[in-house]
Design a protein around this ligand. Structure first.
Ligand SMILES: Nc1nc2c(c(=O)[nH]1)N[C@H]1C(S)=C(S)[C@@H](COP(=O)(O)OP(=O)(O)OC[C@H]3O[C@@H](n4cnc5c(=O)[nH]c(N)nc54)[C@H](O)[C@@H]3O)O[C@H]1N2
Ligand SMILES: Nc1nc2c(c(=O)[nH]1)N[C@H]1C(S)=C(S)[C@@H](COP(=O)(O)OP(=O)(O)OC[C@H]3O[C@@H](n4cnc5c(=O)[nH]c(N)nc54)[C@H](O)[C@@H]3O)O[C@H]1N2
Ligand code: SF4
Ligand SMILES: [Mo]
Length: 699
């Protein structure tokens, strides 16, 4: 490969952002692999990362800025220059701000490390309404961590490589991929690490596990209460850690007393003896245990309490701050380095309060105001309360697929006078937008420098590997151009080098430092920080069983278990998850990945299939509230009989996507009014509280 130029980049095919290396010839990327210098990924990417090349080649993506001509969603566009599109957006925002106040602008994204520059833009134009996607993903985990430890979920990491027992509860680690995590866990398992899977079906991790619990969907909280019961009944916990760092343990002991393994067997289906044995196993492995608090947990009204109890179990096992458990991550300052200069700090915090009420309204003071809850901001679009939202920029976010039932979400957006989608692929949201600002795919763009906090904190950056094939731009260019139109000159840069040098100016790190390996290390070896008085950011400085913040919002710290409803006759609980080959909904139309997996399938139990006379492999109809999807049945005893399961992201109906069009069924469309069913304690939508019909397709 010596005639290839190599460029260090960061994969952009999913939210994980693995370090990558592109091989370039004659200005085109021919091949990508994992950055060989990056620890843990072993030079590899997953299939989706590799398919980044196919994304650049794909002409079924927005190729120029577009302004809507017909009605919203009609698909009639005028292709325009960047100047015209950005003038249009800037003028409209100015007009709406003059009419309704600066805070009338809402913005949502997909979170992540590359946000500082565009968040500065939002501050610069004076709106507090920055949101992310997370009420459809991990908000319950975030708020679970905050309520127990006083810090967010990313303040600890998962030391999978050194773990002795990993518990995956609602966590499909080998299909919902993070390459480093997959490799680390497989290495640990080679060294004897045990694996336990608690799921509603046998996913890929279950096929490699030592213990598998296929439980009744939605009964996880009951399972965890029984685990706590056994731990506290038999003293299988780290007493020294508990004495020093856990507040109100007697209240927990008292609370879990009735939740015996025998009780849990009836509720969850997990055999009592197996629960007892499992608790002994994790106690033997403590503190090198990772009880994963979950990732995509926007599933039930009590998912927040599942994460909370997972964090309490981890604390009792002494895993917080432990090697092989949940070690505390370091930031640059913790290892004696200086952090990047922030663009956001260029502007003052906007004066207006968040429109979603998060952080200030009664009942919402325990919630993390950083990214708020975008679903509540949609309510404000509808009602104009506490003030009107009239402009919305969905940046790297497809809420119409990410939230339940796009018809309901679209209805809530009716009062928007400006809807902008910044995206590299078509999506329902882009299709319904007024303006589409096309982003260059990851191989075609530079990104701002980002910080990776962790055991070995470092800076990393994405370098453009090839020029954009179409008239698309990088994020930093789009927001520099917009900022210019608002006179925010401090955040306007003509070249990426100028921008990077702005970020690095106080760090002592230079651009040359990234050249050899693609990252700039801030420490030579992994740092394991000990738990101390400053670790837990709760009012007591300890792990809190009873959370004053929750109780102030009128919520319980230890609510009694409520059994999930059984499906009505002829219906099944919808459950969903990931597959290794696709990212959410945005890769289904990728030529390479589509070829590998063109449609999703419906997992169902033989009992259900027999009743309906359905054979494996035949197409069936799934329906709820007027939506009908067509999907192939996959009949397996390895799923709970109350549930059906499908991979999320299919059932596209956009004419612009010829491959994905009409393939498989859309799980999100089977959740009518689901956008309103959100959890007051954890903040996330409860997407699996819907029962769907399955019908044999008429011959
Ligand atoms: N029913 C149901 N709903 C779900 C889920 C489910 O399993 N079932 N999963 C939930 C989960 S876990 C999540 S995280 C959300 C995900 O929801 P989203 O965040 O909306 O999902 P993505 O498809 O990753 O990204 C959205 C859009 O951003 C574009 N895009 C991708 N990368 C970039 C980029 O780097 N920059 C920009 N500007 N655009 C980019 C994509 O082309 C895509 O159109 O959905 C949630 N909603
Ligand atoms: N390949 C790939 N990898 C990805 C993504 C992707 O789109 N594609 N997306 C990324 C994102 S944004 C996220 S949030 C993560 C998601 O990561 P995960 O949350 O680990 O992934 P999922 O497959 O959505 O769900 C995990 C498991 O929950 C199970 N489950 C469903 N209902 C229940 C229940 O009631 N109880 C229990 N115990 N289990 C249940 C499902 O069967 C599934 O096996 O993946 C990330 N990685
Ligand atoms: S997990 Fe796969 S798609 Fe996601 S960043 Fe890594 S290589 Fe890319
Ligand atoms: Mo997610």
């Amino acid at each position: 490969m010596s005639d290839f130029k190599t460029v260090y980049t960061i994969c952009g095919m999913c939210t994980v952002r693995c370090p990558a290396q592109a091989f370039v010839k004659d200005g085109e990327v021919s091949f990508v692999r994992g950055n060989p210098h990056a620890g843990g990924i072993k030079g590899s990417l997953c299939a989706r990362g590799a398919a980044g090349v196919a994304l650049t080649m794909d002409d079924e993506r927005p190729q120029t800025p577009l302004i809507r001509e017909g009605e919203r969603g009609e698909g009639k566009w005028r292709s325009v220059s960047w100047d015209e599109a950005l003038d249009y957006v800037a003028d409209k925002i100015k007009e709406l701000q003059a009419k309704h106040g600066k805070e009338t602008v809402l913005f949502s994204d997909r979170g992540g490390p590359f946000r500082d520059h565009y968040r500065a833009f939002l501050r610069g134009i004076g709106t507090p309404n920055y949101c992310n996607h997370d009420s459809a993903c991990a908000r319950n985990v975030q708020h679970g961590a905050m309520s127990v430890y006083g810090f967010g979920r990313k303040t600890v990491s998962y030391d999978l490589k050194n773990a002795k027992h990993v518990v995956l509860q609602t966590r499909n680690i080998f299909e919902a991929i993070n390459v480093k995590e997959v490799n680390d866990l497989l290495d640990a398992m080679d060294n004897g690490c045990k694996l336990t899977v608690i799921d509603v079906r046998a996913n890929i991790p279950a096929s490699k596990a030592d213990n598998v619990f296929i439980i009744r969907p939605g009964s996880d909280y009951g399972f965890n209460l029984a685990v706590l019961h056994v731990m506290l009944r038999d003293g299988l916990y780290d007493k020294e850690f508990a004495d020093k760092w856990i507040q109100d343990l007697p209240a927990l002991e008292e609370f879990v007393r009735p939740y015996t393994p025998e009780w849990a067997e009836k509720e969850t289906g997990a055999p009592a003896a197996a629960i007892e044995d499992f608790v002994k196993q994790i106690w033997e492995a403590a503190p090198s245990v990772i009880w994963h608090p979950g990732w995509m947990t926007a599933r039930y009204s009590d998912s927040f309490y599942v994460s909370r109890t997972a964090y309490l179990i981890s604390a009792l096992l002494g895993c917080v701050g432990a090697k092989g458990g949940l070690p505390l991550v370091s930031k640059p300052g913790d290892v004696g380095a200086k952090g990047l200069k922030s663009f956001m700090n260029l502007y003052p915090k906007p004066e207006a309060k968040r429109v979603d009420g998060v952080g200030w309204e009664q009942g919402m003071t325990h919630l993390d105001p950083g990214p708020g809850l975008v679903n509540l901001a949609y309510k404000a679009i509808e009602t104009g309360k506490p003030y009107p939202i009239t402009a919305y920029i969905a940046h790297r976010h497809d809420p119409l697929m990410a939230f339940p039932d796009k018809r309901d979400v679209l209805e809530s957006w009716k009062n928007l006078e400006l809807l902008v989608s910044v995206t590299f692929s078509w999506s329902d949201t882009a299709w319904n937008a007024d303006v589409v600002l096309p982003l260059s795919p990851y191989l075609e763009r530079d990104s701002i420098i980002a910080t990776k906090n962790g055991l070995s904190p470092h800076f990393f950056k994405r370098n453009q590997a090839m020029k954009p094939r179409y008239d698309t731009k990088a994020e930093w260019e789009i927001y520099s151009e917009l900022a210019k139109r608002f006179g925010l000159d401090e955040m306007v840069f003509d070249t990426i080098e100028d921008l990077w040098n702005f970020q690095l100016q106080e760090t002592g790190v230079t651009l040359e430092d990234f050249e050899a390996t693609g990252t700039a290390k801030l420490t030579d070896s992994a740092v394991y920080k000990e738990v101390n008085e400053k670790t837990f950011k709760t009012p007591s400085g300890k792990v809190e069983v009873i959370s004053a913040a929750l109780e102030k919002s009128g919520l319980e710290s230890l609510p009694a278990y409520k059994a999930p409803a059984h499906p009505p006759a002829g219906r099944y609980r919808i459950t969903f998850g990931r597959c290794g080959l696709h990212t959410q909904g945005h890769t289904v139309n990728n030529p390479l990945l589509f070829e590998r997996m063109p449609e999703n399938i419906l997992w169902m139990h033989p009992e259900a299939a027999q009743k309906l006379g359905i054979e494996s492999g035949e197409y069936v109809e799934v329906g709820n509230n007027g939506y009908t999807g067509r999907i192939r049945a996959y009949i397996t005893q390895f799923i709970h009989p109350e549930a059906v399961f499908m991979v999320h992201g299919f059932g596209h109906d956009l004419p612009a996507e010829s491959r994905a069009f009409g393939k498989g069924a859309a799980d999100n469309m089977l959740m009518p009014k689901g956008i309103d069913n959100y959890d007051k304690a954890g903040g996330a939508i409860a997407m699996q509280e819907h029962f769907i019909e399955v019908r044999k397709t008429a011959a």
